[in-house]
Design a protein around this ligand. Structure first.
Ligand code: PMV
Length: 325
């Protein structure tokens, strides 16, 4: 059997993180400048069913059976093998250039790459809908109450307007736009900030629901701006979204510092992206300003800066499948 490989991109959330967990819309886009990759090769001579899992980046090299079945790598491999009684012996090797725990979707991308490569290797390639469903199940093992946005944008690898439980909507990007993604170097698990927001919401439901609704409204306005090519108006919307995330208490001095540095250096807008209290922030930039703003971000202690262009798919399509519930 030939080796089979599959890759999956990273992602950033442009608008609506946290509020999306409470039913508000959010916008996320794939980031192809970073990716997770899974390569599956036959283990010639190994006993049937012997499955070796290698993830050199995190020091894993072991038999599938030796891994906790709820560990994300193991759960993804097992999901791809569901219903297969006698799998062949194989080795799956996972590598990734997506920073871990930085809000760029590293966990979901690893799951998607494994699901695609393993299922193709055993001759039962999964549909995108199934990949998305299984990747969401793996996310749930580790993130408590994920909205499903990460696995969805990464599986379909297109800009999406996402509302939990509703049909997946691909965004039509009328005019490409450029982002810088800067890493604070602080890694805070998403489940922590999601848990803190939940506690705060339970204490003061009305106040927090009003904040979520404001964020949702920003995501709707942003969708309109993206679909009509009014890209510059995304900047102020990012700034407003960041201010609301501060009020949800998920920003941090490091994130606020990078956001301020980007704005001072001429970004059209900037905000934290993802779970917050660390991880990455994003800045909307004109191409001519890339270098100056990237330099300012590095001077403000960004650990890395990724430049990416958000491109559209050809049309807005409802893909007809249901996402997280
Ligand atoms: O940290 P990330 O990029 O995985 O973002 C999580 C986004 C949240 O809205 C905070 C949580 C979720 O499940 O949608």
């Amino acid at each position: 059997m030939p080796a089979i490989s599959a890759t999956a991109p990273g992602k950033v959330i442009l608008f609506g993180e946290h509020a999306v967990v409470y039913g508000q819309p959010a916008i996320a886009v794939p980031v192809r400048d970073v990716a997770a990759k899974a390569i599956v090769t036959a283990a010639i001579g190994a006993p049937q069913g012997r499955i070796q899992v290698e993830a050199p980046d995190i020091g894993v090299s072991t038999n599938l059976d030796a891994l906790d079945p709820t560990a994300p790598l193991a759960a993804a491999v097992r999901a791809a093998l569901q219903g297969v009684s006698a799998p062949p012996a194989f080795k799956v090797r996972i590598t990734s250039t997506i920073p871990v725990a930085g809000g760029l979707g590293s966990g979901a991308a690893v799951s998607v790459a494994i699901l695609r490569a393993v299922s193709a290797f055993i001759g039962k390639p999964l549909s995108d809908e199934k990949v998305n469903e299984f990747a969401f199940a793996v996310e749930k093992l580790h993130h408590g109450t994920p909205s499903g946005i990460d696995n969805t944008v990464i599986t379909f690898a297109k800009p999406i307007f996402y509302i939990q439980g509703e049909a997946i909507e691909t965004l039509r990007v009328a005019a490409p736009f450029d982002l810088l993604i800067a890493d604070t170097g602080v890694s805070t698990p998403t489940r922590l900030t999601v848990g803190d927001v939940r506690t705060a919401w339970e204490r003061e439901p009305q106040r927090f629901e009003a904040l979520f609704a404001e964020i949702g409204q920003i995501a709707r306005l942003a969708r309109n701006a993206i679909e009509t090519g009014k890209t510059a108006s995304l900047g102020p919307l990012m700034d407003e979204n960041h201010a609301l995330l501060q009020r949800l208490n998920v920003s941090s001095p490091e994130l606020d510092g990078l956001v301020a540095a980007a704005r001072q250096a001429g970004a059209l807008g900037a905000k934290l992206s993802g779970g917050g209290r660390g991880g990455n922030m994003i800045a909307l930039v004109e191409p001519s300003m890339h270098e100056a703003i990237a330099t300012a971000l590095r001077q403000a202690a960004a650990k890395s800066v990724i430049a990416t262009t958000v491109l559209g798919s050809r049309g807005a399509e409802a893909q007809g499948s249901k996402n997280g519930n």
